[in-house]
Design a protein around this ligand. Structure first.
Ligand SMILES: [Zn+2]
Length: 349
């Protein structure tokens, strides 16, 4: 719909212009960069200004209330080196533009009563918000590093790794460059889907540190185009569900069935990187005795087919890359001598 960002007008054009303008702004001072906006998380918050949020740390098993300042944050997470060889934080300014659009779209779907009021720009806004939020997390960065370790092992002489101990900001630079280069294309994938808005009058929806969720099917995450659901909780009362079943409507609002709530809960428990967030009334329901030994990992399989479904004669093969739900990188490849083992992938488990 945006032709990969080339055919933008209206609000989307101005969004892109605001993103580009941040290049000329002064460097933000903060070194603590949030990969899930604090304003987003406050919908689940409580207390004065809704700044505190109940969460389960799936690594330690602790349930605590923390400030939204202290979750989903990384020191220098978006600090990169510019063309002038100087490190700077201006990517953080670009994300603050993305955060403002996220806040607008979040409020829009949280309060939406009549889907006919949605404008074309709102659909683009939703697509780009979901696409950017999915890609900008610590989980996606870790998966990139796993992938990088795989590529280095396959071609140690030529492939230039994104990870360089002499250049601590290189990983952030490559991650964010890929993200901004692909954001409109990814947004187009989102905008071709049908929008469902799930409503729960009792406010029982949770969220997590990977707030855009693509549910696993048999421990494998389907490709975005094929995924039956892409889920984005916008508040304890509302989830935006992008489906691949055509509805013929701009959006459909419906009350969430128990199976919808179950799908979201399972997607959060499996898809989270570390933290799960619940509204205060739900804090005792957080699964603190559950063993969280699996999470999202790279999944590699040999295939006789290319992504375009072309058959490859043996001994040739094509390595299918996907995301899986497992304890560590899930690599099962043929033994024809075409692939090298990549134990370094496990450093990013
Ligand atoms: Zn193979």
């Amino acid at each position: 719909m945006t032709a990969g960002g080339a055919a933008l007008d209206g609000r989307s054009r101005s969004y892109m212009d605001r993103l580009l303008e941040t290049q000329n702004q002064p460097d933000p001072i903060s070194r603590r960069h949030h990969y899930v906006p604090r304003t987003y998380l406050k919908r689940w918050g409580f207390g004065k200004l809704k700044r505190r949020i109940w969460n389960l740390d799936t690594i330690t098993g602790e349930v605590r209330a923390l400030s939204v300042n202290d979750v989903c944050v990384g020191e220098n997470f978006y600090r990169v080196v510019g063309p002038d060889a100087q490190a700077h934080n201006r990517v953080e300014s670009m994300f603050s533009v993305a955060d403002m659009e996220l806040a607008r779209v979040q409020a829009l779907f949280e309060n939406l009563q009549d889907p006919d009021e949605l404008e074309f720009d709102d659909l683009i806004g939703l697509g780009v918000t979901v696409a950017v939020q999915r890609m900008r997390t610590a989980q996606q960065r870790r998966l990139r590093l796993q992938h990088d370790a795989w590529l280095v092992a396959q071609n140690p002489k030529q492939f230039e790794s994104m990870s360089d101990p002499m250049d601590p900001y290189r990983v952030a630079g490559i991650h964010t460059e890929l993200l901004f280069n692909s954001m409109w294309q990814s947004a187009d994938v989102m905008t071709t889907r049908s929008i469902e808005v799930w409503d729960d009058p009792e406010g029982r929806f949770w969220t997590c540190d990977t707030p855009v969720l693509v549910p696993f099917l048999n421990n494998k995450r389907p490709a975005l185009m094929a995924a039956p659901y892409i889920l984005w909780p916008v508040s304890p009362y509302r989830v935006v569900a992008l489906t691949n079943a055509p509805s013929g409507e701009k959006a459909v609002i419906r009350q969430a069935a128990p199976k919808d709530r179950g799908l979201l809960k399972k997607s959060i428990e499996q898809g989270r990187e570390r933290w799960i967030f619940a509204p205060p009334e739900q804090r005792d329901r957080l699964p603190k005795t559950k063993l969280f030994n699996r999470r999202t990992q790279m999944r590699l399989r040999c295939s006789q087919y290319t992504p375009q479904h072309k058959y490859l004669e043996p001994p040739g093969c094509c390595v299918e890359q996907a995301e899986g739900f497992s304890v560590g990188p899930d690599v099962v490849l043929c033994d024809r001598g075409l692939h090298s083992e990549a134990p370094a992938m496990c450093e990013y488990t």
